[in-house]
Design a protein around this ligand. Structure first.
Ligand code: ATP
Ligand code: MG
Length: 320
């Protein structure tokens, strides 16, 4: 069995400010409570949170040759992520998102595309996938890695014993061909509920899951915001309620759920407890600004999961 997590794909920098209910007019300045800069994206966000939870983590993705890229790399390294497979794409900026978070928690955002959707296909990447215990594939639609190369990489990783998870963001119908090549090599497909409905054209999550299982996924874990999450496999659907919290910023909740899920499996927990840990980790992330929010470490997440205890000592009203 391999060791640790290899997270592959989307790597960005999030600049989050809160609260921003309206932009200040003309040339004026408005004060906000806090601005946070953090690595983010379906691959890098999950990697940052997994490392914070104590999982040995590597990230394969891309930044640009700029200040944002250097910050992404150094913040990942500070959290313990191995960035040896994080390439620097010459001539491209790092992908950056500016998120003015409203008091209501709504999060309109401004995104500059850049190097973040690129993954370099290399023997070192394939070797890392074969050596990992978990491969989190967040590289659907990535440039640099052809559909066939992505599927072959996952097939090899699985043959070497890796557990493969997969997440994506804002899918378009044009990815269906690629997705169908990849899913037979995915143990847990982890989109949010609306992404699952969009991809399958099925409104009912049980029907959506059946379609995705037919396309080859071993099981599905659908996240669904404040409604919690759903595990769907051949045995049927199981629901996991979300913690009753007042969220500050729900950005990257899905990415952190995936990290918590993997951290649970990495401790040899069963899949249901891994889902519960995902729910606790993402609730802690929602309680603060930025990719890791109010998450400090694994112990805090386990305390919330088992006893419903929040960082300030209050109880979350347990899981709803
Ligand atoms: N308001 C909330 N209260 C409690 N838990 C929440 C809330 N919003 C999200 N979560 C937790 O986070 C998990 C993931 O959230 P969500 O389904 O919104 O992910 P997502 O849409 O993939 O987000 P992103 O792609 O921005 O990371 C949920 O399953 C739930 O456990
Ligand atoms: Mg998501």
């Amino acid at each position: 069995m391999g060791q640790g997590l290899l997270s592959i794909g989307l790597t960005t920098l999030d600049i989050s400010a809160r609260p921003v209910d309206a932009l200040p007019p003309d040339d004026t300045t408005a004060l906000v409570d806090k601005i946070v800069l953090a690595p983010a994206g379906t691959a890098a966000g999950a990697a940052l949170v997994a490392a914070t939870l104590g999982v040995r983590t590597r990230l394969a993705g891309c930044v640009g040759d700029d200040a944002a890229g250097r910050l992404v790399r150094s913040e990942l390294q500070a959290a313990g992520v191995d960035t040896g497979l994080l390439a620097e794409l010459e001539g491209a900026p790092t992908s950056v998102t500016i998120l003015p978070i409203k008091s209501s928690g709504q999060r309109p955002n401004l995104h500059a595309m850049g190097a973040g959707g690129h993954v370099e296909d290399s023997e070192a990447l394939r070797e890392a996938a074969r050596a990992a215990r978990f491969v989190h594939y967040a590289a659907v639609r990535a440039t640099g890695l052809s559909d066939d190369a992505g599927a072959a990489l996952l097939k090899d990783a699985k043959a070497a014993g890796a557990v493969v998870t997969c997440d994506l963001i804002s899918p378009r119908a044009s990815i269906l061909g690629e997705l169908k090549l990849i899913l037979p090599h995915v143990d847990y497909f982890m989109p949010n509920a609306s992404e699952a409905r969009f991809l399958t054209g099925r409104d009912d999550l049980a029907d959506a899951a059946r379609t995705l299982l037919d396309w080859g996924a071993g099981a599905c874990v659908f996240t669904d915001g404040a409604a919690g999450s759903v595990l769907a496999d051949a045995a049927g659907l199981r629901r996991f309620p979300a913690h009753a919290i007042k969220p500050v910023d729900t950005t990257s909740c899905g990415d952190s759920y995936c990290a918590g899920f993997i951290a649970g499996l990495d401790r040899d927990w069963d899949v249901e407890d891994a889902c519960r840990l995902g729910g606790a980790v993402s609730a802690l992330v929602a309680l603060g600004l930025g990719t890791t929010g109010a998450l400090t470490d694994f112990a805090a997440a386990e305390r919330l999961m088992r006893d419903g205890v929040l960082p300030d000592g209050a109880t979350s009203g347990a899981a709803r």
